[in-house]
Design a protein around this ligand. Structure first.
Ligand SMILES: NC(=O)c1ccc[n+]([C@@H]2O[C@H](COP(=O)([O-])OP(=O)(O)OC[C@H]3O[C@@H](n4cnc5c(N)ncnc54)[C@H](O)[C@@H]3O)[C@@H](O)[C@H]2O)c1
Length: 323
């Protein structure tokens, strides 16, 4: 797999994945990045990229002609991250989520299949399973999405699997828990709270802050996708998680204490509509079949991440959302 096309490579996880590929393969890989550069896409995420063979294509995954032009390049493997990704925005207006996440994925699958791509990794999410009070989601747990974002991701996840079942197109699906790390747009919990705390602004916490997420460092997510590329099987679904369960209030308190800021900055606000209470992932399958486990301890990773945002205030400026 020497020619890899990454969609959404100017976003948070996609850009981390491109950095990961460049470091891992050096000059042995050609990387194509297809990104529409929405508000969440930021080419500054790829400054200082250590890649020799890197090509950026400013194309939407809903643009069939544009994609056909990109696929004139030889492409072996597609890793599909591009999506509208923020739950709150999907509650406000679900239209772009259906267009990009569902129809865009279908368009990309069609074009990739027409060009006989050898591997297609569809990056889905643990949010397809909905919320659970107890236990852990396995790959066979029922799909029960809550938000329009999660419903659009569930739809695209099933469309991708249908292309495997119907056409034998070599799709692999990943369902990962919440990521944290560098280059995350400061509307998501961790960078939002760091950004606001640094500016001594109130930190809006939904409800009573008791919602639980399983946090995984973005580098571990990149390692997991790479393990699935090299050791996974077509038609399979892989859960990816960190066993790093924390409630939102614990995350906010960790950030405040690392930045030496007072708890009085916390501002409890009305809960998000349909807010899932808990996500929890069983990652036994990827551990067994792809020899992957998380490597970054949450307590270490979160301190490193807080330091990164504290140091990279110039990057925060490039997002247009610096508090
Ligand atoms: N962030 C998480 O914690 C998490 C966890 C599990 C799965 N995921 C999934 O991983 C993927 C990446 O998430 P992220 O947090 O990096 O998202 P992000 O919002 O940071 O980045 C999304 C990227 O996709 C691009 N994009 C949006 N619409 C596009 C279109 N029509 N055509 C081409 N590019 C388009 C944006 O410009 C941006 O660069 C998503 O599919 C998301 O559902 C995210």
């Amino acid at each position: 797999m020497n020619h890899i096309l990454v969609t959404g490579g100017a976003g948070f996880i996609g850009s981390n994945f491109i950095h990961y590929l460049a470091k891992y393969y050096g000059a042995d890989v050609t990387i194509h990045n297809v990104d529409a550069l929405t508000y969440a896409g930021n080419l500054a995420n790829l400054d200082n990229l250590a890649a020799t063979n890197y090509h950026f294509h400013h194309v939407s995954i809903t643009d069939r002609d544009g994609l056909n032009r990109v696929f004139r390049h030889p492409i072996d493997c597609v890793v599909h991250f591009a999506a509208e990704s923020h739950v709150d925005r999907s509650i406000h207006d679900s239209g772009p989520f259906m267009t990009t996440n569902v129809l865009g994925t279908q368009c990309l699958l069609d074009v990739a299949m027409a060009h006989s791509v050898k591997q297609f990794i569809h990056v889905s999410t643990d949010e397809v399973y909905g919320s659970t009070q107890t236990g852990y989601f396995t790959e066979t747990s029922p799909l029960n999405p809550s938000s329009p974002y999660a419903a659009s991701k569930t739809s695209s996840d099933l469309v991708a699997l249908a292309y495997y079942k119907t056409f034998g197109f070599p799709v692999r699906v990943t369902r990962c828990s919440n990521n944290y790390g560098p280059f995350q747009f400061p509307e998501k919990l961790i960078p939002l709270m760091i950004n606001r705390a640094l500016a001594n602004q109130p930190l809006p916490v939904y409800g009573n802050g008791s919602n639980v997420r399983d946090w995984l460092h973005v580098t571990d997510h990149c390692r997991a996708i790479h393990a699935i590329m090299t050791s996974g099987s077509d038609g399979e679904i892989y859960n990816i998680g960190g066993h790093g369960e924390r409630d939102n209030l614990a995350i906010v308190n960790t950030i405040l204490s690392a930045l030496n800021k007072p708890q009085s900055l916390i501002n409890f606000v009305a809960d998000r509509l349909g807010h899932d209470w808990r996500y929890a992932i069983d990652y036994t399958k990827i551990q067994r079949d792809c020899n992957w486990s998380p490597s970054i301890d949450f307590e270490f990773g979160i301190q490193q991440t807080i330091n990164w945002y504290q140091t990279n205030t110039a990057w925060l400026d490039t997002t247009g959302a610096h508090a």
